[in-house]
Design a protein around this ligand. Sequence first.
Ligand SMILES: Cc1ncc(COP(=O)(O)O)c(C=O)c1O
Length: 396
Amino acid sequence: MKDASILVHAGRAPLRVGGPVNMPVHRASTIVSPTLEEFDANEAGDAKFRNVCYGALGTENAFALCDAVNRLEQGAGAMVTSSGLSACTQSLLAFVGAGDHVLMPDSVYGPQRMFCETILRRFGVETTFYDPRIGADMDILIKANTRVVYTEAPGSLTFEMQDIPAIVKAAHAHGAIVIMDNTWAGPLYFKPLTVGVDICVEAATKFIAGHSDLVMGIIIARTDELYRRMRSFCVQMGEIASPDDCYMALRGLRTMKVRMQTQFAQALTLARWLQDRPEVMQVLYPPLEGDPGHELWARDFSGGGSLFSIVLPKTEKKAVAAMLNGYRMFSIGASWGGYDSLVEHCHPQRTALNRVSPVWNDDNCTLVRYAVGLEDVDDLKADLEEGFARLNAARS
Ligand SMILES: Cc1ncc(COP(=O)(O)O)c(C=O)c1O
């Protein structure tokens, strides 16, 4: 079945639940059993992994969403977590212990970096931050105690692409597993598990839910063994998402293809236009011809997220504020992947400390990140154009 059909049909069982097209919300902590035998069967064996037996392990809504995302990702099994960040941190924690070593891209999502530098370190796990563009040279950094090579492509502020197949090859040759944060492209535009990534994480908060109204993570495993280990870990940590949020996320997922297609096309149109603006030094967006990551993107991805950054010459905050404050379409706010356009003044050096890769930073430039939504692209362009007029006026 093609992705568009999976999006519509996966995770649905209308006849089993009395007819409604969408799985109704099953709010429950307790799920009763008609007999002791059935209760015991639910408690035993595989029940914790797939069956509905207690709210903290997931109700019908969590399992329906997981089944749909798992089919899109072509995995062995999926589980929901309380946020995208918890999907990132728990997937890592499930595979490391004291004395282990982790490799993390320098461009990784900031809070994940902080997790490595504080909590993981406290538990005796060492992290090395590597240049995200390392590719096959990853080989050199892997140590005897390296358990996990973590990847995220592209970086969500500075948009470096990663050679995922080459990294997988190097990691597997040394017995390390590979985890990928695939939130930017999502399961429609890149399927990490099909190129050997072991664990894929998605911040469902973004394109999957798609409406800026919930926070959730999804972890998908490549093999049954990896799934069981990951799921068992999440169950022990008490990781789950609420039935209401799972319902909303699955409803969002149904339209993900049309939303992402339009948002990607609009982002590309705007990115190309921004490249020619005299105010803009560079647009950081791998789908752009000429972007340093374009070749890898074109080889491995079939589309992209609608998130990119522009680099301006170092600009006073007052002038940046003049540009951002007046936008009519681009609201100032964190996150991305919703139907609405957002803008953020970014400071990548606050998290990626320029230790490894030469990221853009406040000393040499100003970085502004745009999440392109579903508004009319001409309105978005006009909004940006008016913003540049305010920027230029504030500068002079
Ligand atoms: C690439 C990436 N991964 C993970 C997350 C975390 O998602 P959440 O906000 O749901 O915790 C984010 C959030 O911005 C992100 O940009």
